[in-house]
Design a protein around this ligand. Structure first.
Ligand SMILES: NC(=O)c1ccc[n+]([C@@H]2O[C@H](COP(=O)([O-])OP(=O)(O)OC[C@H]3O[C@@H](n4cnc5c(N)ncnc54)[C@H](OP(=O)(O)O)[C@@H]3O)[C@@H](O)[C@H]2O)c1
Length: 283
């Protein structure tokens, strides 16, 4: 009998960790926030070697508990290599260091944080070596616009592979819809999943009164509508960051919300879809 393959993401709402780990006096609250997210069902955590110089990864490692060992397969862990580390050997070393900090044996998605100056073929060779050793399940990119993604796919062909890249983590939120024009169709064509970062517009959408009014009329909060709107796309996941348990719960509930056509139309009127190519929004 064939076993089912592990899905690309174990939950569609994940927890972001950017800006965690910056202030030692907040480490306890941040670790508890990650633990709480795991306790209520989050199965996707996003981090990066860049975040607080590795301290965010260490916080994740502290919080994982049994999810690092006996329950590891239930979880999707994402981390990213800095572009200036991303030649073949640098990519391998950076991943090994991330795994040590995160106290686990493998990452589910390992991404190039943004396009850098090392040959992409070299980064891909690093990713392939890590895959062969079982240290990463999938690799992907982040902050890649359409032309960067096409260049990456060409580099994959140059090293003799097809369909390696599994995800592109980009800024996508109601207030930043530019990628719908060209990048999203290109990603769909190549089977590359969308990991939406800053899905709350770095928090601004949660405070946006016009959005709050639409959301309240349907019994939701603005943050929940902003997240459920991303999940209307079947191959998208959203990785909101919060260190507050009530917000972590509020955001998690967005995963069960199916927005009606009526509310989607209202949202299109408030946040217009793009009608032409625009530069990729990057934070
Ligand atoms: N690949 C990249 O280059 C890149 C770039 C940016 C971000 N990311 C990833 O994406 C994650 C999320 O992006 P982000 O942190 O920039 O922005 P975000 O998730 O859109 O917003 C986070 C902000 O919103 C607040 N917030 C969260 N839930 C809320 C709620 N329900 N109501 C009101 N406020 C709420 C948080 O405050 P509290 O924490 O105080 O609750 C925080 O200030 C990052 O943590 C990181 O993992 C990746």
């Amino acid at each position: 009998m064939q076993s089912n393959p592990t899905p690309l993401f174990q939950s569609r709402i994940g927890l972001g960790t950017w800006l965690m780990g910056e202030d030692p006096s907040k480490a306890k609250q941040e670790t508890k926030a990650i633990e709480h997210a795991l306790a209520i069902g989050y199965r996707l955590i996003d981090t990066a070697e860049m975040y607080a110089d590795g301290t965010a990864e260490s916080l994740v490692g502290h919080a994982l508990g049994a999810f690092a060992t006996s329950r590891r397969e239930e979880l999707t862990l994402v981390s990213k290599v800095l572009p200036h580390h991303a030649d073949k050997n640098g990519t391998i070393k950076a991943c090994e260091a991330s795994l040590r900090r995160m106290r686990c044996d493998y990452l589910d998605h390992y991404l190039l944080h943004w396009q850098g100056s090392h040959a992409e073929e070299s980064t891909i060779e690093g990713f392939l070596s890590l895959q062969e050793r079982g240290l990463i399940r999938h690799f992907g990119v982040s902050n890649f616009n359409q032309s960067a993604l096409l260049s990456w796919l060409k580099a994959e062909r140059n090293v003799g592979m097809q369909s390696g890249c599994r995800s592109n983590q980009v800024y996508y939120a109601l207030n930043e819809r530019g990628i719908e024009f060209d990048l999203v169709p290109t990603m769909a064509k190549h089977g590359i999943a969308l990991m939406a970062y800053s899905p709350l517009g770095t928090g601004n959408l949660a405070k946006y009164s016009a959005l709050s009014a639409i959301a309240a009329a349907h019994g939701y909060t603005a943050a929940q509508v902003a997240l459920a709107w991303i999940l209307r796309k079947p191959d998208a996941v959203a990785i909101p960051k919060s260190v507050h348990e009530n917000r972590i719960e509020e955001n998690w509930q967005a995963g069960s919300i199916q927005l009606s056509e009526a509310i989607l139309t209202e949202l299109d009127a408030l946040f217009k879809p793009p009608t032409r190519a625009t530069p990729l929004a990057i934070i």
